[in-house]
Design a protein around this ligand. Structure first.
Ligand SMILES: C[S@@+](CC[C@H](N)C(=O)[O-])C[C@H]1O[C@@H](n2cnc3c(N)ncnc32)[C@H](O)[C@@H]1O
Length: 396
């Protein structure tokens, strides 16, 4: 049993704690933007494979005082790096500093890298090289109040990168934030109800739709990722990982097994059934990007995306979730222009989606008021640095 640490975005910690407990983690303790937990390697691998909300999963190796570069270098050098990698492999260092004397992250990362490669050079005569994009071993150093914690980054790259998205689309939601919005909107429960549908009338690149489908299908979000930090780690246990991947493939509900949601055929529908998942956007480029992403995720049979103005959105099904991440109006003047759009959203919710749960995710409180409906719940989440609200509307 070891202690691990999972990171997430501010505001998503409670969801992360719940996920980690469900994955079998012990002694889960919430911190700011993360949670520590105890378990064996398979729990940490499960977190990499199954967490919808985590950014990274770290294995802390050592903590020590590092008020200056000599102490930092010495502390990193006191770890036996040959236990974790060989001199022929590659490494990368992520360095974050908060209220500490070493406050330049590039400088800190360089010192850490020097300590590791110097240890290999003096022991073996050769040194590992650096690969910042896809290293065999990613080392994470977090410096808080001059106390350094050195960890192995088991995820290797942020877990929000599921692999289905074309990164070139403008301002999409991060996949784990989209998943958090859906988890907080009760989508895991709603998606199982007969007749339930998921609608995003401003779907952009389709992140909410795709994450909604992954939840409905019980598909592990990390199943399609090709790269993890532990794959090149010397203590990686391939048998444990293989078993987890196989179990995840078994746990997924195959699209063909289920019947499409069709409100005309309620009576004969077998269970489990498939929720209808529909996205609209007025922008043709966004619709193209969404369709490409849906295809890349292998969800073309499950998700329908169409170019449509909000005005032209029609009622779909009897119940479910209508969730939307409209533009926030970040530039001057945009907020005024967007007020009628938010008003139209409120009208669409009220007039066309009775029986649904409505959720609006916005970073502009003034625009939330323009919706013209009374929110029954407000949850604070962060979209990058922007403080946002997830607003719930009961559409009786
Ligand atoms: C913030 S983006 C949504 C991003 C999306 N959640 C994602 O993850 O990619 C807002 C989207 O709303 C769309 N939009 C804005 N006004 C609209 C309207 N009146 N009707 C339909 N779509 C609209 C924009 O084209 C844009 O794609």
């Amino acid at each position: 049993m070891q202690r691990f640490f999972a990171t997430t975005a501010k505001g998503m910690e409670d969801l992360l704690v719940e996920e980690l407990r469900e994955l079998g983690a012990d002694s889960v303790e919430k911190t700011r933007a993360g949670a520590s937990f105890v378990g064996d390697l398979s729990v940490a691998y499960s977190a990499c494979l199954w967490s919808r909300t985590a950014n990274r999963v770290l294995l802390p190796l050592k903590s020590f005082s590092a008020p200056n570069q000599e102490k930092l270098y010495g502390g990193v050098k006191s770890i036996r790096w040959a236990d974790h990698m060989s001199e022929t492999q590659t490494l990368a260092v992520d360095f974050t500093s908060t209220t500490s004397q070493i406050n330049h992250s590039q400088f800190g990362a360089l010192k850490v890298k020097d300590a590791v490669v110097d240890q290999f050079r003096s022991n073996t005569g050769t040194r590992p090289s650096v690969n910042t994009a896809r290293p065999d071993l990613r080392i994470n150093v977090y410096l808080l109040n001059d106390e350094a914690t050195v960890s192995i980054d088991l995820s290797g790259d942020s877990l929000h990168k599921r692999g289905y998205r074309d990164e070139s689309t403008p301002a999409p939601l991060k996949e784990n934030l989209a998943a958090a919005i859906l988890l907080l909107s009760d989508w895991p429960k709603i998606s199982k109800e007969n007749g339930a549908c998921l609608v995003d009338p401003m779907c952009g690149s389709g992140t909410l739709l795709i994450e909604g489908a992954l939840i409905a299908l019980n598909r592990a979000p990390g199943l399609d990722r090709k790269y993890y930090g532990f794959l090149g780690w010397k203590q990686h246990d391939p048998a444990v990982w293989k078993k987890l991947v196989e179990d995840a493939m078994d746990a997924e509900i195959s699209i063909d097994e289920r019947e499409r949601c069709d409100h005309d055929r309620d009576a004969q529908r077998p269970t489990p059934y498939l929720p209808k998942i529909i996205g609209y956007d007025m922008d043709a480029g966004a619709v193209r990007a969404a369709i490409a992403n849906v295809e890349r995720a292998g969800l073309r049979q499950l998700i329908h995306v169409e170019k449509r103005e909000l005005d032209a959105v029609e009622r779909v099904g009897e119940k479910g979730l209508i969730v939307v991440n409209p533009p926030y109006g970040e530039r001057l003047g945009d907020v005024e222009e967007l007020k009628p759009v938010y008003k139209k959203l409120g009208d669409t919710f009220k007039q066309k989606f009775k029986g649904f749960t409505g959720q609006i995710f916005t970073g502009t409180p003034e625009l939330a008021k323009a919706v013209g409906l009374q929110a029954s719940r407000r949850i604070v989440l962060y979209n990058g640095a922007i403080e946002c609200r997830l607003l719930k509307y009961e559409l009786y």
